[in-house]
Ligand binder design. Structure first.
Ligand code: UDP
Ligand code: MG
Length: 308
């Protein structure tokens, strides 16, 4: 019988673990051996305790877990799940039940029909905040433009990956993981399913505005070096204008007797150019920082306890 692993990154999700388990049991999937792998991403609450309380080996559904030594982040938790799987397919989903487990049979169906990646697209509805919908859409437009990828706007980390895809992903040893981008970039036969997200059953979102911003920055700088080119173009454009302005100033100096001392324009251009330089330095710094982190070759995550 074929195996399917369900990987669930969980960070402070004590109130959701049991409900998620029960909803999966209810699906009553008999065709495959399922294993639910919870990745406890350094939770401060009783998440791990709740996971351990679940029946470990009910017929057709095993429960396994990996517990990190501290919080390493959602993407890293997902990667750990993939690293530890040797199933025929892996389904990844959130712990908060925003990804309805009832979609799992559909994901499996598409996989049986030959798809190697079955991803889901979130149909935007009122349950996702206006802010999140719009910032996500700006981010994906920008990322797709910069990277040449075509990540759909409602992309979520709710998907099924065939064993072949997992083998491929295991070869990527990037420190700043952006799995949504990787999955789009690696090819394979893809199918998509639309779904309507539910409200988080328990607890609050772990993605603050700051984390979303950092996540977006990571996504862009992991998949594109175009921002560096922009820096160069912009620098060239500015030098061109300042050269032209210099020539204009010389002409004025020789042709007019009353040279107006325009401190306002000087001040504005100095501040403007200063600002642009800082932004460009920041962009270079982002890439340099990535290089620095990668070159240290530190492990992506540390496990304090596991049962897989
Ligand atoms: N998560 C995680 N580590 C983190 C942040 C989040 O493992 O540092 C998990 C979280 O427990 C949930 C999933 O990632 O299962 C998605 O997080 P959340 O629901 O907070 O994000 P949102 O749905 O609001 O985008
Ligand atoms: Mg959520």
């Amino acid at each position: 019988m074929k195996l399917i692993d369900i990987v669930v990154p969980s960070f402070n999700e004590e109130g959701n673990i049991k409900s998620l388990y029960e909803r999966i049991v209810k699906l009553n999937i008999r065709k495959y051996k399922l294993r639910l792998i919870f990745i406890d991403d350094g939770s401060k609450d009783n998440t791990l305790f709740e996971i351990k309380k679940l029946p470990k080996n009910k017929i057709g559904l095993k429960v396994a877990f990996i517990s990190f030594s501290r919080n390493f982040g959602h993407q890293v938790a997902l990667k750990a799940g993939l690293d530890h799987s040797n199933a025929d397919a892996v389904i990844s989903m959130d712990a908060d039940l925003q990804h309805p487990p009832e979609l799992i049979p559909k994901l499996i169906q598409r996989w049986e029909d030959g798809a190697e990646i079955v991803y889901t697209i979130r149909k935007d509805n009122e349950k996702v905040s206006w802010f999140k919908r719009n910032t996500a859409s700006i981010f994906y437009n920008l990322l797709n433009y910069l990277s040449g990828l075509q990540i759909s706007h409602g992309a979520a980390d709710f998907r099924l990956l065939d064993k072949k895809v997992i083998q491929a992903l295991k070869m990527y040893n990037e420190k700043n993981l952006f799995i949504r981008g990787l999955v789009t970039a690696i090819g394979f036969k893809k199918e998509s399913i639309e779904y309507t997200p539910e409200l988080r059953v328990w607890g609050v979102s772990k993605y603050s505005v700051k984390r979303m911003f950092l996540f977006a920055l990571d996504g862009i700088t992991s998949f594109s070096v175009k921002p560096l080119h922009f820096a160069t173009y912009f620098g060239m454009l500015l030098s061109f204008f300042s050269g032209a302005y210099g020539i204009y100033a010389i002409i004025i100096f020789f042709t007019s007797d009353s040279v107006v001392t325009g401190w306002a324009s000087v001040l504005t251009s100095v501040l403007f150019i200063g600002g642009v330089q800082l932004i460009i330095l920041g962009i270079i710094g982002e890439y340099l920082g990535k290089l620095f982190i990668q070159s240290k070759g530190r492990p992506n995550y540390l496990i304090s306890e596991k049962d897989v």
